[in-house]
Design a protein. Structure first.
Ligand code: PGA
Length: 259
């Protein structure tokens, strides 16, 4: 197989669509096409959403489109992947706060239709409640980033592919990654635990859209696209899914070698 820039590749034997573009901006534009197609074709879509640095530009494009084209989110429901434990939704580093700031405040979404796992109080109860919610509301599209260690959501290496929403201890590398981008660079401020949708919850989505940019994502992308399925790279579970779109920039694609 030959990989070239700005190309879309249907991987043989898999349902995975790989789109390789030049940079983060182009990746965000491609991702926005997939997202907006979903929202426009079904204005009552259930969207699984993600946080982190990767989706920020996509969210800006969604807001710009909403303002320009009046694409409405009034009847859309959203379900986020994960949340830090111990941070209230008003904490500036909570994912709830992130979503309000980077997406929800710019859309006409009804905040009653917005769901995130709750990272405080009785966590097991919160996990059970989130699983029940996801079972009741199937996801039409799940948006994902990928960790430099191959995690999706906060499903760290070693997480069972059958996992549902659960409590998890974050790897040191994940806390370092997140401290570099958020928390003023201070790892001591990054919570040690989180609540995350499980890999099975993610696989239950009808369609999956994963975006990866930058050199630090090259290794997990190589495993996802060309490697064996292994719980050491949670993203590799997506190889079994029927409808996955993976959008990568050239840096994240740099270790792809398959002929
Ligand atoms: P990032 O994180 O978008 O900040 O790189 C991705 C992830 O951890 O899933």
């Amino acid at each position: 197989m030959f990989f070239k820039k700005n190309s879309m590749i249907l991987l043989e034997g898999q349902k995975m669509k790989l789109i390789i573009v030049e940079n983060y901006e182009e990746a965000s534009v491609e991702a926005a096409k997939v997202m907006l197609e979903q929202v426009r074709s079904n204005p009552k879509s259930h969207l699984g959403l993600a946080t982190g640095s990767t989706p920020i530009r996509l969210y800006e494009l969604m807001i710009a489109d909403h303002k320009l084209n009046n694409t409405s989110y009034r009847d859309i429901k959203t379900f986020n992947l994960d949340e830090y434990c111990g941070l209230q939704s008003t904490h500036p580093q909570s994912y709830h706060y992130f979503m309000n700031k980077h997406l929800f405040d710019g859309l006409d979404i009804d905040l009653h239709n917005v769901y995130l796992p709750k990272g405080f109080g009785d966590i097991q109860e919160n996990c059970d409640a989130y699983n029940a919610l996801l079972d009741k509301n199937g996801l039409d599209l799940q948006l994902l980033g990928i960790g430099s260690n191959g995690h999706i959501g906060f499903n760290e290496p070693g997480t069972a592919f059958e996992s549902k929403t659960h409590y998890i201890e974050l790897e040191e590398s994940t806390r370092q990654d997140n401290a570099r981008l958020f928390f003023n660079g201070n790892i001591d401020e990054v919570p040690t635990h989180a609540i995350t949708m499980g890999i099975q919850n993610i696989l239950d989505a009808k369609k999956i859209l994963l975006i990866a940019c930058g050199e630090s994502k090259a290794k997990p992308i190589q495993t996802l696209v060309e490697g064996q399925m292994t719980i050491e790279c949670p993203a590799s579970a997506l190889q079994n899914h029927q409808d996955v779109v993976v959008i990568v920039d050239t840096a994240a694609a740099s270790l792809l070698t398959k002929k």
